[in-house]
Design a protein around this ligand. Structure first.
Ligand SMILES: Nc1nc2c(ncn2[C@@H]2O[C@H](COP(=O)(O)OP(=O)(O)O)[C@@H](O)[C@H]2O)c(=O)[nH]1
Ligand SMILES: [Mg+2]
Length: 515
């Protein structure tokens, strides 16, 4: 360790270290000499919203690129020796910054709790990572509180808020960050015993300073590790084991069913698909992936149904994209326009689609409200279509090493209801990957199996009366809007005429008087 001209400094908790006298320092320059650095291993857990910089903070602490800076559903643990000490850092999956814990998938919540068991007997410090440049609202604060509270009592005494910044020129000190952040951020730091620290993510000197701040917190806690209530860790471990067992059974059942269908497979050269799902659930991205369309620009909101075609793997593929519904809306809350587009979709690939792909995002909780919303919107087309629906789990990159079956079994009743309704037909799609050939090939295989699954007709017979009914309702609505506008216009005209009568006589009087 290079310590040219070292000088000793003392921090307020009696913790001392040797440091190069040139002001700036990096991790290898820090030489710990006090008894406080006595724990043989330092264990740190990183917590925070998505893209807040958790993995980068982990890399900063360990002094090298150990964590991939990509959000995942599972924890990752890395060990390193820094300044002669073993350091364990556990990176946890992040939550959507403004979403409550109820909107986070059960899988992610369980992983956050499991992070403690990855560094036995428990972590010394939890770093709550917050992006310094983003506004910290009351909602964001509540999201942090709810997710940190999953770890049980006593956790806040081990927490340190870390503000991250990517650029030295934009960097502000922790106190300034808290002051500018407003009441919500002040409340969060209060909960953490007013402990906060600010780092520039690509600057190794900030890694050393952060370690010193961590050491300070450890000293405050008498080097005690955080002990999670046994009931919480036991429940998480039991749940994980049960999920794995159920996932294994589901996988076997699904494979057996597919093997049966494969025996009855009929050759097919023309496949028509309709994409259904909530807005933002990845339908348009799925269409681009299936049709191998390069889409460098950000995918915009789909206003109307659109059709895409391609010849791929020796098949003519026709895919209809629909605008979808708001994920928390029931069907009577969706606009008539959205309802019509959903019902219109199947008629855009005449004589009718072979399958419906129902997109579900794997990076969010799937609640009973979402389930009811999906059921009601799908059944706007017809209750008969369920036998042709395949669940398309989008945002597959988010799953990482977690299997689809583990995700399904973790998420609970509402999602399992949907999977059962689709007779265990599902496929996971990652629209961010470049080598999409394999996943699309596999999807086509599943579509062909669905079509061989005993349905007498090759394709779905469109129920024209449903479409006519929605169009009738739209016409009625347009007519009532027209009448309302007309009435308003007449009222306005009458008011203007009255105003004219009132203003012009008085103007005439002024005119006469002035002569
Ligand atoms: N990471 C990731 N993002 C995705 C994926 N699929 C879609 N997205 C993003 O999710 C957003 C909504 O996707 P979009 O296809 O427009 O959803 P739609 O409203 O259902 O058509 C876009 O910003 C996409 O880039 C995926 O598989 N992985
Ligand atoms: Mg779209």
């Amino acid at each position: 360790m290079a310590t040219s001209n070292p000088s000793e400094r003392k921090l307020k908790h009696g913790f001392s270290f040797l440091i190069k006298s040139r002001g700036m320092f990096d991790i290898s320059d820090v030489l710990f000499v006090g008894n406080d650095w006595s724990v043989s291993q330092l264990k740190v857990v990183l917590l925070g919203g998505r893209n807040s910089g958790k993995s980068c903070v982990g890399n900063l602490i360990l002094g090298k690129e150990e964590f991939v800076t990509k959000e995942r559903t599972s924890c990752s643990r890395r060990l390193g020796v820094v300044a002669g000490r073993w350091i364990t850092v556990v990176d946890t999956p992040g939550w959507w910054c403004d979403f409550s814990a109820g909107d986070t998938s059960k899988l992610v919540k369980r992983e956050i709790v499991s992070s403690v068991s990855l560094c036995p007997p428990g972590p010394h410090v939890f770093l709550i990572v917050v992006k310094a440049s983003s506004a910290f609202s009351e909602r964001r604060c509540r999201a942090v509180e709810e997710h940190v509270d999953l770890l049980g009592d006593g956790v806040w005494g081990h927490c340190l808020v870390v503000f991250t910044c990517a650029d030295r020129f934009l960097h502000k000190g922790a106190e300034e960050c808290v002051e500018r952040g407003g009441a919500a951020l002040r409340r969060l730091t209060e909960k953490c015993g007013r402990r906060s620290h600010s780092v520039v993510l690509n600057d190794p000197t900030d890694g050393a300073a952060l370690l010193l701040r961590i050491q300070e917190l450890m000293s405050e806690n008498g080097n005690r590790a955080f002990e999670m209530e046994e009931s919480i860790s036991r429940a998480a471990a039991e749940e994980k084991r049960a999920v794995e067992e159920r996932a294994h059974l589901r996988l076997i059942g699904m494979k057996r069913h597919r093997a049966l269908l494969r025996d009855r497979l009929r050759p097919i050269t023309n496949i028509r698909i309709v994409l259904l799902g909530a807005k933002g659930s990845g339908k348009t991205s799925a269409l681009n992936t299936i049709l191998s369309r390069e889409c460098r620009r950000r995918v915009g909101r789909t206003a109307q149904c659109q059709v895409g075609e391609v010849v791929k793997f020796g098949r003519q593929l026709t895919v209809v994209d629909t605008p979808g519904w708001w994920m928390n809306y029931f069907s009577d809350e969706s606009s008539h326009f959205d309802q019509r587009e959903i019902v219109l979709g199947p008629s855009l690939c005449p004589p009718g689609p072979h399958v419906f792909l129902l997109t579900i995002r794997v990076d969010r909780a799937f609640t009973e409200t979402h389930r009811r919303s999906v059921q009601e919107h799908v059944e706007l087309i017809s209750e008969r279509i369920w036998s042709r629906v395949i669940l398309l789990f989008t945002f597959g990159d988010w799953l990482g090493a977690t299997t689809t079956e583990q995700y399904i079994e973790s998420e609970g009743q509402p999602l399992q209801w949907l999977v059962d309704r689709c007779s265990n037909r599902y496929h996971v799609l990652n629209s961010r990957t470049k080598g999409e050939g394999f996943q699309v090939r596999e999807l086509i295989g599943k579509i062909e199996e669905t079509m061989s699954g005993g349905s007498s007709s090759w394709h779905y017979e469109i129920e024209m009366k449903v479409l006519q009914e929605v169009e009738r309702r739209m016409r009625r609505e347009a007519e009532s809007v027209r009448k309302r506008t007309l009435k308003k216009e007449q009222q306005r005209r009458r008011a203007r005429a009255r105003l004219g009568e009132w203003i012009y006589p008085s103007l005439n009087q002024v005119f006469v008087q002035s002569f």
